[in-house]
Ligand binder design. Structure first.
Ligand code: 2NL
Length: 339
């Protein structure tokens, strides 16, 4: 019996020494200590041992069992340690390597111009409102005193979804919606994308951005319009900026005007930027047409207002001296990085 146990011990220890994986160690445990393991079999064979020898033999078996258990645990721990070492070696971090530089994005020139413009008007107590780009023909034209068959409609030659629904050609549609819901005093700007059937060139795009402003209250006059827009020009283009109003026509305002600012590049002496004139056209404006107020149930005898429309891209192109509008839409990083 002692011989048998000695053989089992030697065989088990040799196998353990050669084991190179957890699975192998586990297999060895099962082979010797498992339900049908060789050592377990020995215990089952105890009935063949003389009764007076049983305590002695039982003691040997138990000693061997304890020894094998210890050795199995040792083998397991040393394999786990080796695996960890191998992993640490493989995942070693070279702290002297230069760090990857993160590329930080930034605002598009259109957005920079818009946020600057919003800052100016918010400072004067205006609220920024938005509305749908896919709009009823009614809010885009009719509510702004542009009835069906009006030539101004033809000029904008727009994208129709169906007879009643159009991609908005101006954000005044948002203002018409505000006048329907809110009673004066109204002081809002409406920025957003608009659509017109224009061919692409350096100054035109079928989709661009507008910021329209609207003020409606008692006793609003053309002086309020001039003062507001002169202040806007100074904040946007510099404190020396002068403004000039030229009579114009819009269907939704009466009287109407276009506003020029003195060239902020040459100070008005005349340069390439202002094409030698010293002035740059910047926006259209006017006193809200009484019919536009009436249609929204605002009494034009009690209330008056002024409105204006600014092309956002035009401001961005001027402010950042960009000579082609298409650059704003191409998303070429070499261009965008410069702002
Ligand atoms: C331009 C001209 C303008 C308006 C837009 C407006 C809005 C309402 C009522 C009356 Cl709700 N007017 N907007 C007024 C005058 C001019 O835009 O050339 N924009 C680029």
């Amino acid at each position: 019996m002692q011989e048998k146990l000695k053989k089992i011990r030697e065989e088990a220890l040799t196998r353990l020494e050669q084991a190179s994986s957890m699975e192998e160690v586990n297999d060895i445990r099962v082979a010797y200590l498992g339900k049908k393991g060789s050592l377990t079999e020995v215990l089952k064979g105890m009935r063949d041992v003389a009764p007076e020898d049983r305590p002695k033999v039982g003691g040997w078996v138990n000693d061997l069992r304890r020894e094998l258990e210890e050795k199995l645990d040792e083998a397991k721990n040393s394999l786990a340690e080796k695996a960890l070492e191998a992993r640490l070696e493989a995942e070693e971090i070279d702290v002297t390597m230069p760090a990857k530089t993160l590329k930080t994005g930034h605002r598009h020139p259109n957005t920079i111009a818009l946020e600057e413009l919003e800052r100016v008007f918010i400072g004067m107590g205006y609220e920024v409102v938005e509305g749908p780009e896919v709009e009823y023909d009614y809010y885009n034209f009719e509510a702004l005193n542009i009835p069906a068959n009006h030539p101004a409609k033809d000029e904008q030659d727009t994208f129709y979804i169906n007879k009643q629904i159009v991609l908005r050609t101006q954000t005044s549609s948002v203002q018409a919606r505000v006048m329907e819901k809110q009673r004066p005093p109204i002081r809002i700007i409406a920025p957003g994308r608009v659509y017109r059937s224009d061919a692409v060139d350096a100054t035109h795009s079928p989709s661009f951005h507008q910021v329209e402003g609207l003020v409606v209250d008692k006793h609003i006059t053309f002086s309020d319009l001039k003062g507001t827009l002169a202040q806007f020009a100074k904040e946007m283009f510099g404190p020396e900026t002068k403004v000039k109003f030229r009579p114009h026509h819009f269907p939704f305002t009466e009287p109407s005007a276009e506003m020029d600012v003195s060239c902020f590049k040459c100070g008005g002496r005349g340069c390439r930027m202002c094409k030698g004139s010293g002035w740059i056209e910047i926006l259209g404006c006017g006193m809200v047409h009484p019919r536009v107020l009436e249609m929204r149930d605002i009494d034009p005898e009690e209330y008056t207002g002024f409105a204006f429309g600014i092309g956002l891209e035009r401001i961005a192109l001027l402010k950042y001296e960009i000579d082609d509008m298409r650059l704003l839409y191409e998303n070429d990083e070499r261009f965008l990085e410069q702002f």
